[in-house]
Design a protein around this ligand. Structure first.
Ligand SMILES: Cc1cc2nc3c(=O)[nH]c(=O)nc-3n(C[C@H](O)[C@H](O)[C@H](O)COP(=O)(O)O)c2cc1C
Length: 410
């Protein structure tokens, strides 16, 4: 018997993130889908981000009353209704009109934070005002540091809770599948131009009557009238700054009074460095496999980072999270929260706000079901005793030992 995923257009009928991905693939032109989908070079890191979850198995407990469950967590002294949030993805307006608003308002409705990319197509003030909820703002360290300072000042004025500085993109990754769609920089080749015409639903949503989306936060950085993607591309490429160093993090720490989160670290020593500079959180990340191909995944380094810095700042991570079970594995290993990138972006591509709502709902219900099946009622009860993973080695306390300790105590 052939098993088939749902092939319709209604995101509410999707049962998995994979089904939303399929819907997005059908709804948006190939060049948009590839922009989201692709990783750098041979995409080995992109694959690693998924493969790592297959190495980790659960060790559930049985006969535990799990009739009342709560998947909420506490993050920076406030409740979040789920152990994950929406991570920053630039140019979301390409997937659906005002995509940043759809993502932010879906996150607000679900009671989880939303991290707005500085490369958004809706201005940060508008996102905060129209979506509400907990908005964090991601920034790149452009050569024009004055622009970064101005962006931080705007974020502060708009009551953004946290600034997330991305450190893994000072040199742009080589995303060949993305490049192959263009005859020359930002000029689609014939095949892709025809493909756009074959996606009328997307054209009616994104192109008409609004025209191609524009970068809404980067105006001051770009020459006048150059905020279109085409105009901005060369200006932004010149603004990427490979001289980025820890001194810049120190500079940002002095400048930004709110929560400061460093995103894009993947080494335990760098996590320790972030603590020493007064960061409030880190996001272990390889940028969804879009930067250094061949890098380890954030999950690979999570146990070491937990050993190094747990309790001294919030440990967050991303890369490859597509199932509630993936999120539960990270939380059991000691993460404080998880970011999702493509999962909700595919939801956006599948059906705008309704698609994002569905992506969040799928992940939430999966997390809830998985913790119940593991025999715990809350995220706080998870730890490495529920995990079997060769990499944990000596860190893994044995269940048998734990059980006998509990028996002795009774
Ligand atoms: C389409 C797309 C755009 C992205 N844009 C940004 C960005 O503007 N800033 C940033 O820090 N990370 C960006 N990222 C990386 C994500 O924040 C995140 O690290 C990554 O997507 C996580 O992996 P996942 O997609 O497998 O969940 C982007 C990722 C994607 C897929």
């Amino acid at each position: 018997m052939q098993r088939r995923l749902y092939t319709g257009n209604d995101p509410r009928r999707a049962h998995s993130i994979e089904e939303l991905r399929g819907m997005a693939r059908r709804r948006v032109p190939n060049f948009c889908f590839e922009y989201v989908e692709g990783g750098s070079e041979d995409e080995s890191t992109l694959r690693r981000n998924r493969d790592v979850f297959g190495e980790i198995a659960f060790r559930p407990r049985s006969l535990v009353d799990v009739s009342k469950r709560d998947i909420g967590i506490n993050l920076f002294g406030r409740r979040s209704n789920a152990p994950f949030m929406i991570g920053p993805t630039g140019f979301s307006g390409l997937l659906s009109h005002e995509g940043d608003i759809a993502l932010a308002s879906a996150a607000a409705a679900a009671g989880v934070p939303y991290i707005l990319s500085n490369a958004s197509t809706v201005a940060l003030e508008q996102v905060v005002e129209r979506a509400g909820g907990r908005v964090w703002m991601q920034v790149y360290m452009y050569r024009t540091r004055d622009f970064v300072a101005k962006l931080a000042a705007r974020a502060k004025k708009a009551n953004v809770e946290a600034l997330v500085v991305t450190t893994d993109s000072a040199i742009y990754g080589k995303r060949e599948w993305d490049l192959r769609n263009y005859a020359r920089p930002l000029k689609l080749d014939v095949r892709n131009t025809l493909d756009v015409l074959a996606h009328p639903r997307w054209m009616m949503d994104v192109l008409w009557p609004h025209g191609m989306p524009r970068f809404a936060n980067l105006g001051d950085l770009l020459p006048p009238g150059q905020d279109s993607v085409r105009g901005a591309a060369s200006a932004l490429a010149k603004e990427l700054d490979p001289s980025l160093s820890w001194n810049d993090i120190r500079w940002l720490r002095d400048l930004w009074p709110g929560k400061l989160i460093v995103k894009g670290l993947i080494h335990p020593d760098d996590a320790a460095r972030a603590v020493s500079l007064g960061a409030d959180g880190i996001v272990l990340s390889n940028h969804g496999g879009r930067q250094l191909d061949g890098s380890v995944s954030a999950m690979d380094v999570l146990p070491e980072v937990v050993d190094e810095v747990k309790g001294r700042l919030a440990i967050m991570l991303d890369g490859g999270f597509r199932r509630g079970s993936d999120i539960v594995k990270a939380m059991a290993l000691g993460a404080d929260a998880v970011l999702v990138g493509r999962a909700t972006t595919w939801g956006l591509g599948a059906g705008g706000r309704a698609g994002v709502d569905r992506a969040i709902e799928i992940l939430k219900t999966e997390v809830d079901r998985v913790i119940g099946l593991l025999g715990v009622s809350s995220i706080g009860e998870l730890d490495t005793r529920f995990i079997e993973w060769a990499r944990l080695g000596a860190r893994q306390p044995s269940h048998t030992k734990q059980a006998s300790v509990e028996l002795e105590l009774q």
